[in-house]
Design a protein around this ligand. Structure first.
Ligand code: CP
Length: 315
């Protein structure tokens, strides 16, 4: 195999890359969701789609769901995977992101799935490397595979996204999951409400996409909603803020009594990891209308679709 050449056109990411939801059109998103449905039905005995392809899982931040589901997805398609974490690689010795990328390319990687603490790191890597780059979460920016699996999960329970009332509660400001979901849901005409205190849900969040509104009261946010999406709350985010962690829990923690403010058939979602006793209590986490474990399950089929598309094997 000849050694790979350096990329000469740095303007565009390589075909097959998935860097975010913001710049995708409806057709592309529907393509991922349809392919995920095919992947879910795919028998284990079906001909392998990615035999011998090498997928690198490059994780500069911790992860359970995203990392394992990309790994299982790759293996379900007969690709091989290699996990690289920043604590156990030459990243620790000071190697730059781009040099790490060049190294992985030279070693024969066919695609890189990356989680990175810096927003935009994937754009930097994708402009340098002639390889599909898949964003598994970049800083406070985007988490596109999570938004795709969330849409896939919603559509298993609700007929369409258009007109659906979806309430996202919690730390929207720091959440890449919230941003990717807002971009995706608004593109399909869902009515998105962002709910939380000003430090976690600034008024300006309403300009993320058309039709998004910001509310402060949990009761108002939940009124008539079809989908409740909770976000993880981290205690350290409250240091130096007007609202205390304890007051957040008092005002915004979801419990069964408060869930009655939503429609009776409303579903409950959370990208994980959930922190019981903080953003939700156990009666909500384990409620019949909680789809938290189904979201995790659906992540494998959705990530199979992302990998197949990245490596041109979706036909
Ligand atoms: N939802 C999500 O990204 O979870 P992990 O951090 O465990 O991958």
């Amino acid at each position: 195999m000849p050694s790979p050449k350096l990329k000469t056109d740095h303007r565009q990411p390589t075909t097959g890359s998935l860097l975010g939801i913001e710049h995708l059109d409806q057709q592309t998103i529907c393509g991922y969701l349809q392919l995920a449905a095919e992947m879910e039905k795919r028998p284990r005995t079906a001909p392998p789609l990615l035999p011998g392809r090498r997928i690198v899982l490059l994780f500069y931040e911790s992860s359970t769901r995203t990392r394992v589901s990309f790994e299982f997805a790759a293996k379900a398609l007969s690709a091989t995977t290699t996990l690289i974490t920043s604590g156990a690689s030459s990243i620790e010795k000071g190697e730059s992101l781009i040099d790490t990328g060049y190294t992985l390319h030279a070693l024969g990687a066919d695609a890189i799935v990356m989680r990175h603490p810096s927003s935009g790191a994937h754009w930097t890597l994708s402009r340098a490397l002639d390889l599909p780059i898949i964003n598994a979460g970049d800083g406070m920016h985007e988490h596109p595979s999570q938004a795709l699996l969330d849409a896939y999960t919603i559509l298993k329970h609700k007929r369409e996204l258009k007109g659906l009332k979806i309430t996202i509660i919690g730390d929207v400001y720091h959440s890449r999951v919230a941003r990717s979901n807002v971009f995706l849901l608004a593109k399909f005409g869902a009515e998105v409400t962002l709910c939380g205190p000003p430090d976690l849900v600034p008024d300006v969040a309403a300009v993320l996409a058309p039709g998004v509104r910001v509310v402060r009261s949990l009761q108002e946010g939940l009124r008539d909603t079809d989908v409740v999406m909770l976000l993880r709350i981290q205690k350290e985010r409250f240091i130096g803020r007007r609202l205390s962690f304890e007051n957040y829990i008092a005002a915004y923690q979801l419990n069964a009594e408060r869930m009655r403010w939503a429609k009776p058939e409303a579903i409950i979602m959370h990208p994980g990891p959930i922190i019981r006793g903080v953003e939700l209590n156990s009666e909500i986490a384990d409620a019949p209308q909680s789809l938290i474990r189904e979201q995790v399950h659906n992540g494998v089929a959705v990530r199979m679709a992302i990998l197949a598309k990245a490596l041109g094997a979706e036909k």
